[in-house]
Design a binder for this molecule. Structure first.
Ligand code: ADP
Ligand code: MG
Length: 374
């Protein structure tokens, strides 16, 4: 199978795929979509930027629209038939955006309740009847406790970006939310990596699920170019200056390991006149959102982040990732570099390598795409 038209998706979905010029499914889409259309539960593990969102969005919309078409309509308030759990507000907004063009033609109602917004906005978001809910776990639990939402009609539950969700301590929340759904619901979990916590969640909730791993998962992509630059502690700033003077088109994501490093680097780059901002945990949510938007729109050239920014974000024009401080683990490394070279585009990662990082650098070969290995 090699084209979206080969899938048994409703004509309204096919029409939007055509309109958006989506012709060939990615590997994970090619394998996950038929399984989900057949009603099976799955775990989908695929590298960042491989199109995991559409892997579930299309089958979910197909199911919801088919129920409507058969005359089985949603009439009750706050009682969705499908729920997508995401770790952060930003990812929730991103996912909702992917659904949007398809919901115009299918007329499926999508609502979102995301942390970082006021309870008032959340309440308004779930007023009236709708078919699909995109939510962060904490906020959703609050709404359920207040009886503003019930999951007792959910046929399809999706846990997206599961690795990040669990890093943020949502394991028990996710399990609780799953138990609020009917027993025979269909489930899907998507993740770029299978961390120990993701494995635990799989053991608890996805025992019977089919595990689909793309060949490229836990690897970097072909279109990523890696540059390792040696540096000693205390000498990062001059190296950065040199790197930033090299020509590049598109935005640059600069990674540090801690919030302190992030703020310090921001102050230094700002002082040099760089158009930059920070994106990290424990900061004003509105400011964080604004920074991301400005970066997305090209108003900012640099976004300085911690591993929080390494997860899931899909910013089209990131052409360069700089690991100003390299992460300790390979999972975080893969997430970070997954912000560039997305969907077949070219990208470069520049690693600032000290002696302490050599171990990680030595292991990069093992995550390089197979064809590049000799
Ligand atoms: P992931 O969740 O795996 O990191 P996303 O679902 O965010 O990836 O998709 C990454 C990018 O790839 C998005 O910009 C999306 O529009 C694009 N994309 C997804 N599927 C396809 C496809 N079949 N063909 C071309 N581009 C696609
Ligand atoms: Mg994703």
């Amino acid at each position: 199978m090699s084209q979206f038209t080969d899938f048994a998706l409703l004509p309204s979905l096919q029409a939007t795929l055509r309109e958006k010029s989506y012709v060939k499914p990615t590997e994970i889409q090619e394998r996950a979509i038929p399984a989900l259309l057949e009603g099976r539960s799955i775990v989908g593990v695929a590298e960042t930027g491989s199109g995991k969102t559409l892997s579930y969005a299309l089958p979910v919309l197909h199911l919801l629209r088919s129920l409507e078409n058969s005359g089985d309509k949603v009439t009750e308030n706050g009682r969705p038939r499908a729920a997508v759990l995401v770790p952060t507000r930003e990812l929730g907004e991103q996912v909702t955006k992917v659904f949007k063009p398809f919901t115009h033609t299918t007329r499926v109602r999508v609502r979102s309740v995301l942390g970082g917004t006021t309870m008032e906005i959340a309440k308004r978001g779930v007023a009236g009847p709708f078919e699909l809910l995109v939510a962060t776990p904490g906020r959703l639990l609050q709404l359920i406790e207040q009886k503003l939402v019930t999951l007792n009609d959910v046929r399809f539950l999706v846990l997206d970006e599961a690795d990040q969700m669990l890093d943020q301590g949502f394991l028990t929340d996710a399990i609780r939310l799953a138990t609020f759904c009917p027993r025979n619901r269909q489930m899907a979990l998507f993740s770029a990596t299978v961390s120990a916590k993701v494995q635990e969640l799989m053991n608890q909730l996805f025992e019977d699920a089919e595990v689909i791993r793309s060949k490229g998962s836990q690897r970097t992509v072909q279109t990523l170019q890696t540059q390792n630059r040696k540096v000693t502690d205390g000498k990062r700033a001059p190296l950065l200056e040199k790197v930033l003077s090299e020509p590049v088109s598109g935005g640059t994501l600069v990674f540090t390991n801690t919030r302190e490093q992030c703020d310090k680097l921001f102050a230094e780059m700002k002082a040099k006149g760089c158009k930059c901002a920070i994106y990290r945990g424990e900061m004003d949510k509105n400011e964080r959102r604004r920074n991301l938007r400005d970066f997305r729109e090209g108003v900012l050239e640099y976004l300085i982040s911690t591993d929080l920014g390494g997860r899931g974000l899909d910013v089209e024009h990131v052409s360069r990732v700089i690991n100003y401080h390299l992460p300790k683990g390979m999972d975080n490394y893969l997430h970070r570099v997954g912000r560039t070279a997305r969907a077949g585009r070219h990208g470069v990662v520049i690693n600032f390598v000290t002696e302490r990082d050599q171990d990680l650098i030595d292991r990069l070969d093992s995550v390089a795409p197979p064809a590049k290995k000799r």
